[in-house]
Ligand binder design. Sequence first.
Ligand SMILES: N[C@@H](CCC(=O)N[C@@H](CS)C(=O)NCC(=O)O)C(=O)O
Length: 309
Amino acid sequence: MPNLILHHYPNSPFSEKVRLIFGMKGMAWQSVIVPAINPKPDVVALTGGYRRTPFMQIGADVYCDTALMCRVIDQLHPQPPLYPAATQGLAEIVAQWADTTLFWSAVPFTMQPAAIGHVLAAATPEMLKAFGADRAAMNPNFKRPTPTDGAAHVQTQLARLEALLADGRPFLLGAVPCIADFSAAQSVWFIRLAPPIATVLEPFTKVCAWYARIQAFGHGRPEKMTSAQAIAAAAGGTSAATSFEAEPGLALGDEVTITPSDYAHDPVAGQLVGLGREEAVIARTDERAGRLHVHFPRLAFQIKKTQPA
Ligand SMILES: N[C@@H](CCC(=O)N[C@@H](CS)C(=O)NCC(=O)O)C(=O)O
């Protein structure tokens, strides 16, 4: 089995989504802790500029965005499945809601002044200021809800999860866990980091019982690795073969940039070497990490040609 490296930091919700999936699958993995704010020179050496957390590495393959990472993890470790046949499609649609709408209700609610000190527990006032400036630059168009709006939004979303669980099912879409459970659990996990506001969860008893079942999966078997070791693993590693389905205006070998469409609009430049419904892959070279394939989901990312092949 290839050595799977997760680049993450402890209080990152999307990282928790992936850590819990490692737990559900009982996997061994390498754990590299990355900075929560820019600058991130060792991250950029591997991703080419993508700064969001987490990302995953297998040798000289780098996978950005948990939507893609989870598909790759499931292909490598199919049991138990993240996309069970009975709920495929629906599971991904609910996961996408949880990764966007639910996440953007839970995060500003939990980062409100009364709670942020619990999430960034060891942070000095200077660190809190730097964190705020970093996130404002990453997502300049975000309209921050007031604590009152935030509480209302979170409760409406939690009521939807409670309704899904109303018939007594153990997991959001039925008898077995799927990607939707992990995407939703990361937001509940984040709210629970701040006890003064985590009381919002208490009336949703089925959500609390469901979350306890997800939490019980744990995080699998992490082993510590440094970012320097990860870069060395990339330099000494190889990339998996890619497939290519041309799209109008996009051909194998085109010089392109790939940029998230939603926030953190940092383009990654390289040569397009893989393309399909779920994935776009570019090849790029870093002076420390060597030649890499950087993989992105096709959805919610913009591919822009910089020069014809
Ligand atoms: N769609 C992305 C979202 C990732 C995301 O927003 N992660 C947050 C942390 S949980 C982030 O990148 N924050 C800024 C940072 O870590 O630099 C995914 O599924 O991976």
